[in-house]
Design a protein around this ligand. Structure first.
Ligand SMILES: Cc1ncc(COP(=O)(O)O)c(C=O)c1O
Length: 477
């Protein structure tokens, strides 16, 4: 298996400056998260170009949940976009770095403290359920404020007569069946609520499903207008795909190799026969390979363009973008992962090596699974090996990466990694493009192991400037 990462120029430049990388590790320890905040600008611009192309008023809300970094959030603010916060602490963080209420949207489940602070700062509330709306109304009434509270309602059950798709249950949002109660609550509280529009975020990268959701919502605008309400926005959430790999050929070949190994019950490529959702039934592979696609052609703003360029059979085959623009419906997106393309890397040190029962090289790292993963997702992107001394190429060597927890399951990956030189104690491994979730979503201080420090590198006049994440301020550059 070979899965060469796609690496941006700035990051490549850092990796070539081996002494500097070792100095950083000596100074900040392992594991280390390095953020390149300036790289979000291009990702933002690319989305904004698509708004322009389709002549729609678009608003980007950076989904803070995908990284805890202050530097990234500050860079987003510096670039003039908004932020989507999903917890009280994310809200406090956004406020502390300078976002003001009318550039903040509160999504996700909300406790009373989150709601109260949000009301005090006049956030846009993306309402998850009717009880939450009731709580917002009740607290609003107790607070002396002249501004109405802006709300979006999150919906979750969409339907199509012409397209077949699996309408999975979602724990987020309300179903259309509850919408009449929602409308009545808004009508009864018009003096304090400003109903801004409808929202969804689907846990899928399937573009068709998103288009169906948009079509459903466009029809709901008419219902709202008939009631005398005046919504103006549709929020289609995040979920714009990313490409992590340099070569589609390597991706296809590696997946075939993996499937073949599972089919032949050959444990030479995965740890203890891990089969990623597949099973062999009478010599045939069955089940679903529960791995994301790490090689993608159609990514980030191109996904948005595809959505807006899609022709809707429900609306005389007109493009979704055209329909939004003609009806003066503004578009909100909440990209997380896709804004952080090439914005971060994780580095760790090799602490020890040993051999497994089967003779594989086992590499003990000064990090663990929680420092790199989100949920149970296997990251199918090879780390880069940095050795202090030049190493001669040897035969390709297969290794497993072990974490520093006292858990049998603490392997960084369940698949084998192949290197062209033999990794040694003291060498570094660099995981590329990890800023979107992988870096810190699951990080934990289990057995009091360190979580990674975050530092920032910017590039000026061909030289790197280094900051602690919390001290970086783009205005001071
Ligand atoms: C409501 C909401 N919006 C936006 C996002 C960001 O998604 P992504 O990082 O895939 O763009 C998420 C992710 O879980 C979400 O739950």
């Amino acid at each position: 298996m070979k899965l060469t990462p796609k690496i941006d120029e700035k990051i490549q430049k850092l990796l070539c400056d081996k002494n500097f990388v070792f100095d950083l590790m000596n100074a900040f320890g392992s594991p280390l998260n390095i953020i390149f905040p300036e790289n979000i600008k291009q990702n933002i611009n690319n989305f904004q170009e698509i708004f322009k192309k389709h002549r729609i008023v678009g608003h980007i809300y950076y989904a803070h949940k995908c990284n805890k970094s202050s530097a990234i959030a500050k860079e987003a603010l510096y670039c003039g976009i908004n932020i989507d916060v999903a917890s009280l602490e994310e809200l406090k963080h956004a406020l502390s770095i300078g976002f003001v209420g009318n550039h903040i949207e509160a999504t996700g489940p909300k406790n009373n403290e989150f709601i109260i602070l949000g009301l005090r700062h006049n956030l846009l509330f993306n309402v998850d359920n009717l009880l939450e709306l009731e709580t917002i109304i009740n607290f609003h009434k107790k607070i002396i404020k002249k501004e109405k509270t802006k709300i979006l309602i999150r919906l979750n059950d969409f339907s199509s007569e012409s397209e077949k798709f699996i309408n999975r249950q979602s724990r987020f949002g309300i179903s259309k069946k509850e919408l009449s109660i929602f409308f009545q609550m808004v009508l009864d509280n018009q003096d304090i609520l400003d109903f801004v529009g409808f929202s969804f975020h689907l846990d899928t990268v399937n573009i068709k499903e998103k288009i169906i959701a948009i079509e459903n919502i466009i029809l709901l605008f008419d219902k709202a207008y008939e009631l005398g309400l005046n919504p103006s926005r549709i929020n289609i959430g995040g979920g714009f795909k990313l490409n992590y790999l340099a070569s589609s050929k390597e991706w296809d070949a590696s997946i075939s190799e993996l499937k073949e190994a599972i089919l032949n019950n050959d444990s030479d490529i995965t740890w203890n026969h891990a089969s990623f959702g597949l099973r062999v039934d009478n010599g045939i592979l069955k089940g679903n390979l529960n791995l994301s696609n790490y090689y993608e052609n159609n990514v980030k703003e191109k996904v948005l363009d595809e959505i807006l360029s899609s022709k809707s059979s429900k609306f005389q085959n007109r493009m979704i973008g055209e329909i939004l623009s003609e009806n003066m419906i503004e578009l909100m997106i909440e990209p997380g992962r896709s804004l952080l393309d090439q914005v971060g890397i994780n580095i760790t040190k090799i602490v020890y090596t040993k051999r497994s029962l089967q003779g594989d090289l086992l590499i003990g790292l000064d990090m663990n699974r929680t420092n790199l993963l989100i949920g149970e997702q296997e990251m199918l992107v090879d780390p880069i090996l940095i050795s202090k001394e030049e190493q001669e190429e040897s035969a390709t060597i297969g290794c497993y990466l072990l974490g520093n927890l006292c858990l049998e399951s603490d392997l960084i990956f369940k698949h084998k990694i192949f290197f062209d030189t033999i990794p040694k104690v003291g060498d570094l491994l660099v995981f590329i493009n990890t800023a979107g979730y992988f870096m810190d979503f699951n990080e934990s201080k289990t057995i009091m192991q360190n979580i990674a420090r975050k530092i920032v590198l910017t590039n000026e006049n061909n030289k790197f400037n280094c900051y602690l994440d919390e001290l970086y301020e783009p205005l001071k550059k």
